[in-house]
Design a protein around this ligand. Structure first.
Ligand SMILES: Nc1ncnc2c1ncn2[C@@H]1O[C@H](COP(=O)(O)OP(=O)(O)OP(=O)(O)O)[C@@H](O)[C@H]1O
Ligand SMILES: [Mg+2]
Length: 296
């Protein structure tokens, strides 16, 4: 049985490499109330795109399904009790400042991806955190665990579960600056995105007053009149200019990216085109965040 690699030498080397970087990177929660809409898909794709752009990315898997953990090939031991011990489930019940550092695991793709993407992996036991949600300041536990850990990175991405009022969402949003929503151009998905916005408006004073919607990324887009109309409705949720003009189509090669847990660029010429598309999505997201920062 293989143990996960010890991330501390890697992390020390990364910190050394980036030692001049003192600012805290944007923390982006990838969320939508609706399941199966592409949250983990977008988290994987943006992490990969950021790495290809030369950025260092920390991916926090806040979904007990652990999909983005698997899709980024972050290694966890096979035995259930050891898996939990090597994941966020072991850190978050009672974290000290910066405790997330001890479970960080590099992306397993090799090359620039392993060099530039680190994962805070999830395991099924993450569900059990809800049992201690009533403790004082429980929703700040992820933020506390990340303190000081994030400085070497250019971006922190938090993959959220398909829920709205869960403790995992509270943890993710308390630690985030922005929420980025993947959304399909169909009624139920748009309603789910609207509920995300409404919850931010209603509860940010309790969770995180600085939390803002970065924008919406339209997924599985087709050039149909109904899809165009729904995309226009999304702008009412995200605010003017808040819908990424780069639309993501539904393609088998994109499905393969998550099924086979590989970077999309490695999937032939269509894969390379899609990798370029996701780099455009990433550039748009960074530009949008800069504009929101300036406007604040
Ligand atoms: N544009 C796309 N083209 C092809 N397949 C896609 C596309 N977007 C998402 N998928 C596939 O749809 C499935 C669901 O996506 P994903 O797991 O990312 O959704 P999710 O919102 O994270 O789900 P959950 O709510 O369960 O966390 C995955 O198999 C993913 O590969
Ligand atoms: Mg998911």
């Amino acid at each position: 049985m293989s143990s996960p690699p010890d991330p501390s030498p890697y992390f020390a080397a990364l910190a050394q490499l980036r030692r001049d970087k003192t600012d805290v990177p944007p923390h982006i929660a990838v969320a939508n109330h609706k399941g199966g809409i592409g949250k983990s898909f977008l988290t994987q794709a943006i992490a990969v795109a950021a790495a290809e752009t030369g950025h260092y990315v920390l991916v926090i898997d806040m979904d007990a399904q652990g999909n983005v953990t698997r899709r980024l090939r972050a290694q966890l031991p096979a035995a259930p009790e050891q898996r939990a011990a090597a994941s966020l489930a072991a850190v978050l019940p009672n974290p000290g400042r910066g405790d997330a550092a001890r479970i960080l695991t590099p992306c397993g793709y090799g090359g620039i991806y392993t060099e530039r993407i680190m994962v805070a992996p999830a395991d099924l036991d993450l569900e059990l955190l809800a049992l201690t949600a009533g403790q004082p300041a429980a929703e700040r536990r992820l933020l506390r665990a990340l303190t000081g850990v994030v400085a070497p990175f250019d971006l922190v991405l938090i993959d959220c579960p398909p829920s709205l009022l869960s403790h995992q969402i509270d943890l993710a949003w308390t630690a985030s600056d922005y929420v980025l929503m993947p959304c399909e151009a169909e009624f139920d998905a748009v309603q789910s995105a609207r509920r995300i916005r409404e919850r931010i408006e209603r509860d940010s004073h309790k969770l995180n007053e600085d939390l803002r919607i970065a924008g919406i990324i339209v997924n599985r887009y087709r050039n149909l009149a109904v899809h165009k109309n729904r995309a226009e409705e999304m702008e009412k949720i995200s605010g003017p200019g808040g819908v990424c003009p780069v639309r993501i189509p539904e393609l088998t090669s994109l499905k393969d990216m998550s099924e086979n847990a590989r970077p999309i660029a490695e999937n032939g010429s269509q894969g390379r085109d899609m990798a370029a598309l996701f780099r455009d999505v990433y550039t748009w997201t960074r530009t949008r965040i800069s504009e929101l920062e300036k406007a604040a």
